[in-house]
Design a binder for this molecule. Structure first.
Ligand SMILES: Cc1cc2nc3c(=O)[nH]c(=O)nc-3n(C[C@H](O)[C@H](O)[C@H](O)COP(=O)(O)OP(=O)(O)OC[C@H]3O[C@@H](n4cnc5c(N)ncnc54)[C@H](O)[C@@H]3O)c2cc1C
Length: 469
């Protein structure tokens, strides 16, 4: 990390110059590249890995967007104002209102542009609700996997002829005395370096959740948690931001998750909970309101004995979850236990049978009575569970950080004391998101929301700077 630095003087000479440099080739960087190219400027994308994957590839690839034609085809009325209210509702009103308005308005046109201009085959997840979303507005590709999303975006970038420099890790930003960024140094796996000039730079290198020291500093409650995101997200945007006096906002904000199959390490969709399932700890007891959200579930599960819990649901719910590639993989690896009775399920899961049966009975009674439980989970309208029952042993994990560089309406990096760096932009996990400072503020999809919406804005804004200068 000591190599992560900003040079203003004694900078090496540039070997070549590009109009726009985009650092990182996850969803944010690839979308920024397509947007930049779309307005007539060819950017250079720089990626540390041999093949772009990023946290994007580990995600379910679901993007929330209000008022799309995909929603209209399903008869769903939605708009940016409603979406913005849902974002702020989950963030307890602590997200930056200007950023919330910006991305809420930008995301639906961005999703339709990716579909129409670049052939990404989005469809709406129409068969279950996500916590905090008042409308069904998650859009995904056929496999419902982020690997497909990043692959499709990369193919679109390649089809457009945009150069992608892989195996190149940017360590150093170079700026001039006015504070404008002038280029960067990238390091190759063999230790050699390249110094490249740029008229504008987009930071799309995600957040800091892969950097233990930064996690300990900003998210101490998950300092020892399993990190389930991309290991290469080591927080360069934050480290460079600190050195240039950028505004870092909501640094404690993050996406956790409380449903990662253990020991298989596979994400189990929160659909298994929202469709009428629940969680018990290793003592067979429920311990919280699961409908609050999967992000805060990370810490809730980790507080239980051995940091473990079981997701309990049934085969109807399993058939809904099966639309996710991850769930199908979890089944293939034997993570999903199935049994005809709770006693049999308890035996397979090594849970106390009487407690598991009591938990199920209580939940089913609450569903019948349309009641709330002691944790304030509202069971009205929830479909009863029926045998055969299913169970997956899960743990909590840190998925990605949501705090980061604060940006303005053009995705320019804001500076302490006012103003912006005129030619430095941030998108996706590199930028501060719309979740506020806590895990509980993360509304499903907030990650790819700012990757795609801000990625497009940053790409177009960087192109405008490059054209002007
Ligand atoms: C398991 C999991 C499930 C998730 N599910 C969802 C979901 O369904 N919906 C949702 O909205 N969000 C989800 N998220 C969050 C979402 O994946 C991220 O918010 C989003 O992918 C961030 O995109 P990005 O482009 O900013 O980062 P990334 O996709 O991580 O891309 C950053 C890229 O930058 C590269 N890089 C980093 N540093 C450098 C450097 N110094 N030089 C060069 N390259 C560099 C990395 O190698 C990487 O390829 C999930 C996250 C995880 C981990």
């Amino acid at each position: 990390m000591s190599r992560t630095r900003v040079l203003t003087e004694a900078a090496p000479a540039f070997e070549t110059e590009v109009p726009v440099a985009i650092i990182g080739a996850g969803a944010a960087g690839l979308v920024a590249a397509l947007a930049c190219h779309g307005v007539g400027i060819e950017p250079l994308v720089i990626e540390r890995d041999p093949v772009p994957r990023g946290s994007t590839s580990l995600s379910a690839g679901l993007i929330p967007a209000p008022g799309t034609r995909f929603q209209r085809e399903r008869g769903i009325a939605d708009d940016a104002t409603t979406f913005a209210a849902d974002i702020q509702g989950k963030a307890h009103g602590h997200a930056d209102p200007a950023l919330v308005a910006l991305v809420s308005n930008a995301i639906a046109p961005a999703v339709e542009w990716l579909a129409d201009r670049h052939g990404l085959r989005f469809s709406l997840v129409h068969d279950f609700d996500y916590p905090g979303h008042s409308r069904r507005r998650m859009h995904g590709l056929p496999s419902r996997s982020g690997a497909e999303l990043v692959d499709r975006l990369r193919h679109a970038v390649e089809a457009a002829g945009i150069p992608l420099l892989t195996n190149a890790r940017v360590t150093t930003l170079i700026r001039d005395k006015s504070g404008a960024v002038r280029g960067f140094v990238a390091e190759r796996p063999d230790g050699s370096t390249e110094c490249i000039g740029a008229r504008a730079v987009v930071l799309a290198c995600c957040g800091y959740a892969g950097n233990k020291a930064l996690v300990r500093k900003y998210i101490p409650e998950l300092a020892d948690a399993l990190y389930f995101g991309h290991p290469g997200n080591e927080g360069e945007a934050v480290l460079w931001g600190e050195q240039i006096g950028a505004v870092l906002r909501d640094m404690g904000g993050h996406q956790g998750h409380g449903s990662v199959a253990h020991p298989q390490g596979i994400l189990i969709s929160w659909a298994v909970i929202m469709e009428g399932g629940f969680q018990v700890n290793l003592d067979g007891e429920r311990f919280w309101n699961e409908s609050s959200g999967y992000s805060e579930a990370g810490a809730a599960v980790l507080r239980q004995r051995d940091g473990m819990a079981w997701d309990i649901f049934d085969t109807r719910i399993a058939s809904v979850a099966r639309q996710f590639e991850d769930f199908r993989n979890a089944e293939a690896q034997g993570a999903v236990l199935t049994a005809g009775t709770t006693a049999e399920l308890a035996a397979k899961a090594k849970l106390p049978a009487a407690r598991l049966a009591a938990a199920l009975q209580e939940v089913e009674a609450l569903k019948r009575d349309r009641g709330r439980d002691a944790f304030a989970r509202d069971w009205s309208g929830s479909v009863p569970l029926a045998p055969p029952y299913c169970a997956v042993r899960v743990t909590g994990a840190l998925f990605h950080s949501q705090g980061g560089l604060a940006v303005d309406e053009r995705a320019r990096v804001r500076l302490e004391g006012g103003g912006c760096v005129p030619n430095l932009f941030a998108a996706g996990g590199a930028a501060c998101g719309v979740s506020g400072p806590e895990a509980s503020g993360y509304l499903s999809g907030n990650g790819l929301l700012t990757a795609v919406a801000l990625g497009r804005i940053a790409g177009e804004s960087a192109a405008a700077v490059a054209k002007a200068g």
